[in-house]
Design a protein around this ligand. Structure first.
Ligand code: ZN
Length: 297
């Protein structure tokens, strides 16, 4: 299906007024409806709310106030405190309507949930492996589920995808490899819904290309802030060039670039990415949501 950008969604809702609300509600209630829209609200960094086939997933909640934590040691601009910006809304609103939380890995910029009494301890929490489950259970969460290669959550198929959270050179150093650890991505699928591939914290790898070819996602969410370590070439997540690569490897997909402008070690800003996207003529293919912005597909 053709993705609907937020601009078109707003234009439509303005043009159609209240009638569109009831028409949409009727469409959603009609189980024979051929497509079910996906709503993605970008919160901050990698924190994203994805409403998918009637369920709402909160991905990678980092809910701290601006400046709550020191910068990541040994990374670019570690003198800056994290997060660099406030949440765009109160934590209560971030959590509103959430059915399950997905934690792609337990680095602080993806999971600081142990710090927050507002996160319901009994909420289903989906994690990549037993070691992350152990960390999160020790923080008092009681319904922590390790995703299988593929897991059905109340009608939504969630497939775990791999990658590597840094370059081969970095992973050749066992201490650094341990620090960078393992991170997952997730593919969301349901009958009649656009396929969403949340790529997670990884550099561009064969696995990513294979997943794009295998799942043919309509929407690809890329962590594109070019996070850097001091003393190493290359980034530990995607770069602007990887955004361009993704538009080529998935010619029918909309690319959503996140993990920007919120954490100390990002070397790419939204502004720079926007310029790059325009220079490369891919501005129709790439969305760069602001914190709090909602996209519909
Ligand atoms: Zn990250």
């Amino acid at each position: 299906m053709q993705p609907m950008t937020v601009v078109r969604a707003i234009a439509l809702s303005v043009a159609m007024g209240a009638a569109s609300v009831s028409a949409q509600a009727a469409a959603e209630a009609n189980s024979t409806s051929p497509t079910s829209a996906v709503r993605m609200q970008h919160i901050r960094n990698a924190t994203t709310k994805i409403s998918y086939a009637g369920k709402t997933f909160l991905v990678d909640p980092m809910l701290a106030k601006k400046g709550a934590y020191p910068g990541f040691e040994g990374t670019f601009r570690s003198n800056l405190r994290n997060p660099l910006v406030e949440l765009p809304m109160p934590v209560e609103d971030v959590l509103k309507g959430v059915d399950a939380i997905i934690v792609t890995h337990t680095h602080l910029d993806h999971w600081d949930g142990g710090e927050h009494r507002l996160l319901p301890k009994g909420m289903p929490l989906i994690v990549q492996n037993e070691s992350d489950a152990k960390i999160i259970r020790a923080q008092g969460f009681t319904d922590v589920r390790v995703i299988g290669e593929s897991t059905l959550f109340e009608g939504v198929r969630l497939t775990r995808t791999g990658g590597q959270h840094g370059t081969d050179e970095m992973y050749a150093d066992s201490r650094l490899a341990g620090f960078l650890g393992q991170a997952m991505g997730v593919v969301f699928q349901a009958q009649g819904s656009p396929t969403v591939y949340l790529v997670g914290d990884t550099v561009w790898r064969g696995e990513v290309e294979q997943n794009l070819a295998r799942f043919k996602p309509d929407v690809v969410i890329l962590n594109a802030g070019e996070a850097r370590l001091v003393g190493y070439a290359g980034a530990i997540i995607m770069s602007k060039d990887d955004v361009l690569r993704a538009t080529r490897a998935a010619p029918d997909a909309t690319i959503v670039a996140v993990h920007l402008d919120a954490i100390n070690h990002m070397d790419l800003s939204r502004k720079d990415l926007q310029e790059y996207v325009q220079q490369n003529g891919i501005e129709d293919r790439v969305l760069i949501p602001a914190d709090g912005e909602t996209l519909k597909f």
